[in-house]
Design a protein around this ligand. Structure first.
Ligand SMILES: [Fe+2]
Ligand SMILES: [Fe+2]
Length: 158
């Protein structure tokens, strides 16, 4: 595969990522007021709005990067999901984050294969923020990944 074809593939991929950043931003903006005002969700609501602002920043970084690599940034918006149930809504947001992380790791590989390490670094920075978003949502949903039996209690008798 020539590097020109590889470059076109990565630009297409970055445009897909951009359409999902737009979608994530819209989804978070819509979820923030719809999320019910139960006391246990107060901190979560603030986080959703913060995520929306960071997805906006990611969209700007991706648009600049696509243009820098010779592409035209898309105006397409990927699919958005909503719900009137808080847990369902947070699960929708978490799935968007997991999907984003998976795509960005693939994008880093593609960019590094073209020796575009500076561009890969920009995507790495975004991926780290998406991981933080996923951690916030996992905590809000009470998702515990540690398997029972793998954690040993601290002993008081050394
Ligand atoms: Fe993002
Ligand atoms: Fe995110």
């Amino acid at each position: 595969m020539t590097s020109q074809i590889q470059l076109e593939q990565v630009i297409n991929g970055l445009n897909l990522d951009l359409s999902w950043e737009y979608a994530a931003m819209i989804q978070y903006i819509q979820h923030t007021p719809v999320c019910s005002r139960a006391p246990e969700y107060t901190a979560v609501i603030d986080e959703l709005l913060e995520h929306a602002q960071e997805e906006h920043e990611h969209a700007v970084v991706l648009s600049d990067l696509i243009q820098y690599l010779g592409g035209i940034p898309t105006v397409e918006v990927a699919n958005r999901l909503t719900s009137l149930n808080n847990v369902e809504m947070l699960r929708q947001d978490l799935q968007v984050e997991y999907d984003a992380i998976r795509r960005y790791l693939q994008r880093i590989e593609q960019l590094e294969a073209l020796q575009l390490y500076d561009s890969a670094q920009k995507i790495r920075n975004i991926a780290v923020v998406e991981q933080e978003h996923a951690i916030d949502l996992e905590k809000a949903l009470g998702i515990q990944k540690v398997q029972s039996g793998t954690v040993y209690p601290f002993s008081h008798n050394p």
